[in-house]
Design a protein around this ligand. Structure first.
Ligand code: SF4
Length: 294
């Protein structure tokens, strides 16, 4: 993959995690940091917390990079900040980035928690683009605490439906599954059934991996759960490449309801950075949903 001279497009490198099963790809972040302010966000330990800020000279630098990238690899918008934060309503930066990528013949995978993506339906429909929408729960009260700056679950479900109706390939990330918060098996099954009924063609799921900063935020928001989480992660789990992981048995138990429904309904499914590659947990050409790109 070409990396020479690139200014804003990066070769995707999930902080060198050997458990990442993503295919080779590029990533591009129109914004730095993220206004969605998810309590569990992994990126904050690398790039800090704060409102989404447009990257300086992004479009000029992108024009430069488009001359150098290898177009056989897709570009993921975005991997460490959301490409559709509330600020995008005003800046329309991601919209312009999309136009440029599509005009240059790039294949694009959009990963977002925002229903704002549907504003760009007409642009997306013109290119080789698939969309992955993250939905962690159907409970809007829980989502308001966990993901205070992001659109409600209902708005995200509506976006899935709109994209699917327009013929745009859409998948869903159920990520992360957090013990005691959104891990109720029946609720997870209901969530997967709902998104499939609305048109999702791929589901990828993952358990919450704790880092010191995100665990501190979670414990502050849910003080009653702090000791239980510490027991599961710090005492009963393992420290793997910068994250506390739950025990393998517990991770399998939390992921099972999602993959079982996806399998029964005949869509592709995968897990993310779990080290579980058997068909029970992973039956898809790609985990990230890029096989949906037309
Ligand atoms: S949307 Fe993604 S990048 Fe933004 S705060 Fe949430 S987890 Fe972090």
């Amino acid at each position: 993959m070409k990396t020479r001279d690139l200014r804003v497009i990066r070769v995707f490198d999930p902080w060198k995690s050997p458990l990442c099963t993503c295919p080779p790809k590029y990533s591009l972040q129109p914004y730095t940091r993220c206004s969605h302010q998810c309590l569990y966000c992994y990126a904050t330990s690398y790039i800090g917390r704060g409102r989404s800020t447009p990257k300086k000279n992004l479009l000029r630098n992108l024009l430069h990079d488009l001359k150098y990238i290898d177009k056989k690899y897709h570009i993921n918008l975005s991997t460490s900040s959301d490409p559709y934060p509330p600020e995008e309503l005003e800046y329309k930066l991601t919209r312009e980035v999309l136009r440029m990528l599509i005009n240059a013949g790039c294949r694009v995978l959009i990963t977002t928690k925002s229903s704002l993506v549907t504003r760009d339906l007409e642009v997306i429909a013109r290119g080789r683009v698939a969309v992955m929408i993250t939905v962690t729960t159907l409970d809007s009260n829980l989502a308001r605490v966990l993901e205070p700056g992001a659109p409600s679950p209902g708005e995200r479900l509506h976006a899935i439906e709109e994209l699917a109706k327009r013929g745009i390939p859409v998948g869903v990330r159920i990520d992360p599954i957090i013990p005691y918060l959104n891990d109720e098996p029946d609720e997870l099954r209901e969530l997967v059934k709902t998104v499939i009924d609305l048109g999702a063609r791929h589901v990828v799921t993952s358990t919450y991996k704790a880092k010191p900063d995100n665990l501190a935020r979670m414990c502050q928001a849910y003080p009653d759960l702090a000791q239980r989480w510490k027991r599961l992660y710090v005492e009963g789990g393992s420290w793997i490449h910068g994250y506390w992981y739950l025990s393998p048995e517990l991770r399998k138990k939390l992921l099972k309801p999602v993959v079982e429904v996806a399998s029964a309904r005949g869509i592709t499914y995968a897990v993310c950075r779990e080290g579980l590659t058997s068909e029970t947990y992973f039956k898809a050409p790609t985990c990230d949903g890029s096989h949906l790109i037309p």
